[in-house]
Write a new protein. Sequence first.
Length: 261
Amino acid sequence: MSLSTDSLKGKVCVVTGAAKSIGLAIAVKYAEQGAKVALIDIDPLVEKSVEELVAKGYEAKSYILNITDRDAVLKCFEQIVADLGDIYALVNNAGVVDTRPFEENDEAVFEKMFKVNVYGTAYCIQGALPSMKKTGGKIINFASKSGKTGSALMGPYSAAKGAVIVLTQSLAFEYAKYGITVNSICPGITDATGVWSSVSAGYIESMGMQRDEIIEKFTAKIPLGRLTDIQDVVDFVFFLTASGEYCTGQAYNITGGREMH
Ligand SMILES: NC(=O)c1ccc[n+]([C@@H]2O[C@H](COP(=O)([O-])OP(=O)(O)OC[C@H]3O[C@@H](n4cnc5c(N)ncnc54)[C@H](O)[C@@H]3O)[C@@H](O)[C@H]2O)c1
């Protein structure tokens, strides 16, 4: 399905982790709808992704940023507002995963999972709020199905994504008075992405299974009988950005029915 609207024309939408994969697909969708898009990523590849958007006539700017560096995040958001104007939507898509038996997780793994997935999300929200409070807008945080029901071999990641869900709820209460809605989304295994490629490699090593066997095992648990597509996530994020005015503090599953609460 391809949703479309005029309502995002000229609005500033910021997407983190937008160099590739789900983040880039969301940024492309916003650009196609006439939004002014800020693409943030730690990976300099984000510059090339933006060049391609600009070459197509879209308004987009790249920002190379490590979202775990709070000072740099706050400066970057000031720069985005100076370059493009007040922010209407912030999509906190940047995230990292790790897969290994729980006992093998050292301090560095816990730190990375929480610093990028939780602190990074929080810092970007802090960066965007001074601007968003002026006009209202939409904040969409990436949690995961693993943040609702934890996944084996992914304890620290699951805990971090659970934290994103509860952070979302706190901010929904706190910022509703400014016309800002704050929601999180919980995708299931999403094909053709960095996170799934890393998780499946971890499963291959830890479970001694082949990739096809792993996909079969996980697909069997999904009522709608397939993994999540990037487009499923893009459509839902787009709906929440362009509509969903009466929805805040929620954690929406995009899992083909695999997760139901
Ligand atoms: N792919 C899945 O199966 C799946 C399932 C559920 C939730 N998610 C969540 O969806 C989001 C996107 O997943 P994906 O598979 O597209 O990821 P990906 O690995 O393909 O892309 C993530 C992007 O985030 C960027 N990034 C990582 N650390 C960063 C940092 N410190 N600062 C700035 N940018 C940083 C990376 O460079 C990369 O471009 C993540 O939050 C992930 O946890 C993914």
